[in-house]
Write a new protein. Structure first.
Length: 135
């Protein structure tokens, strides 16, 4: 579907969705890594378990490269990133990270859930861009 901007130039809504999705994914990854380095996400600052978040971001980066940054492939990559983030929560709870004096179950689930929502939101925008590209 072609929409018209205020300047009467046609704009592709799929392209806009793609740009927003890229921005959201990069912002989420940057914020996750910044938070990991600055104060830690799970446990006390400097907890080695936080290194798994580099793996979460790596899933997204590798997926983006494999998909050649095409919208449908990017959607799959971001869904995989969100799934990896969920697996981090499951592993953290299995190994007992909620027993740390600074991390409760709610904190672990809520903070990681925030990033899952960002990655899924980005994936849905990529999927929208892929659909717009096909039509």
């Amino acid at each position: 579907m072609i929409e018209f901007s205020k300047s009467n130039e046609p704009t592709n809504s799929g392209e806009t969705s793609y740009k927003i999705a890229v921005s959201l994914a990069i912002a989420a990854a940057f914020f996750l890594l910044f938070l990991t380095g600055a104060v830690g996400v799970i446990g006390e600052e400097g907890d080695r378990f936080d290194l798994v978040y580099f793996g979460v971001v790596s899933v997204g980066i590798i997926g983006a490269i494999i998909s050649r940054f095409q919208p449908y492939g990017m959607a799959v990559a971001l869904f995989a990133t969100a799934l990896t983030q969920i697996l981090v929560v499951i592993i953290a709870l299995i190994i007992g990270k909620q027993h740390s004096p600074v991390s409760s179950v709610f904190e672990i689930v809520a903070l990681n859930g925030f990033f899952v929502v960002l990655f899924v939101g980005s994936a849905l925008l990529f999927r929208l861009a892929a659909r717009k590209q096909l039509s």
